[in-house]
Design a protein around this ligand. Sequence first.
Ligand code: COI
Length: 352
Amino acid sequence: RVASVQTCDPSTDSDVKGEYANYKWDELGFGLIPTDYMYVMNCSKEENSFSKGSLVRFGNMEMNPSSGILNYGQGVLEGLKAYRKEDEKIMLFRPELNAMRMKVGAERMCMPPPTTQQFLDAIKQTVHANKRWVPPQGKGSMYIRPLLLGSGPRLGVGPTSEYTFITYASPVGNYHEGTLNLVVEENIYRATPGGTGCIKAIINYASIYKAITEAKTKGFSDVLFLDAKTGKNLEEASTSNIFIVKGNVISTPATDGTILPGITRKSAIEVASVLGYKVEERAVPVEELFDADEVFLTGTAMVINHVDSVTYQGQRAEYKKGADTVGHNIYEMLTGIQFGRVEDKLGWTVEL
Ligand code: COI
């Protein structure tokens, strides 16, 4: 059980006053800026479900050295954002989809999940308690990171007896700055059939650091992974789904077990259909990179990012960017809905 956290009440906390935190909002990137509170909720095997959680000051936690997460990586993460509209209202974007995805991940990792209601309540309390850290419109958004961790002790391999759900938040700007040049990775795979690529398992990320680090050493911005079974089809970039555009047709790898079912991926597909594009979810052979007009990446952290180039076996393909592109049209509509500049006819946003 995570100890040493003390419940507190933001409404009577004199340290966290003010409409906005004192921060240079123009300097936001994608790094942790500690905010005032986090939300913590525990569950033991006897209880087998989460009960009441609470807000505590953001800070370090105590954990048993033999906890499930520290020893064997029993944990899943989520990521979602809060957006400030022009009228200062704060909105969440499809948070129930994160709750559902966490449930699927929890089941795969043999953990009890919070209910959808508990998940949504935790998100709302976290954002509300930290609302002075939601950037002014045009400067960024607040990234919310829910974690479900095996926090009980267990030396042998197997599910632990206690679980902790934590939600913390940080204001963020752009995930990628500058041009986005990808390199196709042919030796390291992010996911295997039957593995954990289709859930947000914590173990999925550190296992690709080597590929990312080597790509960056060679001057690339990120890695593009191939499917582990054939090595012939596109999979994902390190933290995002990939889309390729040819004419009026947008193609993206189908979520057939190794692809992370991104909420921005799903939303981009739905927006693309509303805008009249044809969307194909299928196996996308790596060779199609050399015939594409545009390539873009989607993810909660990065939103929609146009790719400048992809290099595969020493050959470099370059792509269209800018205002007159399919990716840009989807980006404008999606971010328009998120920030309240476009009417939310699809009912995707939730007011805090
Ligand atoms: C996200 O886009 O929210 C992600 O989970 C990617 C990464 C920051 C882990």
